[in-house]
Design a protein around this ligand. Structure first.
Ligand code: 5GP
Ligand code: ZN
Length: 116
């Protein structure tokens, strides 16, 4: 369920510090360490899924819950009405740096995403 070398698995387990703003049985959300906008939250499954290429049919409830948490966080962080970007990078050409599936929830101005 977890990868011992994965930094996001360690954040989920509380083994390294992070600014967790939501956690439940399926997903964890925390502030990005290098925010590209006033709101930049990462929403990740607690289960280690490397990226969308390894996403399985049995993981579909996790993905649905991630979208529900995005909606709730957007409301709580007061970016729902003005709108936001939701980004999922996959693989080298997708500029995925961390090999644990994550959604970027990015809102507010100025917004610097996407990066080169
Ligand atoms: P990717 O390019 O893989 O889609 O995005 C990875 C994101 O994770 C980047 O925006 C980066 O700033 C963020 N990140 C990398 N390491 C850490 C960390 O240790 N803590 C937190 N909170 N964010 C991280
Ligand atoms: Zn992981």
């Amino acid at each position: 369920m977890r990868d011992p070398d994965c930094i996001f698995c360690k954040i989920i387990a509380g083994e390294i510090p992070s600014d967790i703003i939501h956690q439940d049985e399926m997903v964890t959300a925390f502030n990005d360490i290098h925010p590209r906008a006033p709101v930049h939250v990462l929403i990740v499954p607690n289960k280690h899924i490397a990226n969308n290429n390894t996403f399985q049919v049995k993981d579909e409830p996790i993905a649905g819950h991630m979208f529900t948490i995005v909606r709730k966080l957007a409301e709580d962080l007061e970016i729902a009405d003005n709108g936001y970007r939701l980004i999922l990078n996959t693989g080298e050409h997708g500029h995925q740096e961390v090999q644990h599936l994550h959604l970027h929830l990015i809102g507010g101005h100025p917004m610097q995403y996407p990066m080169g």
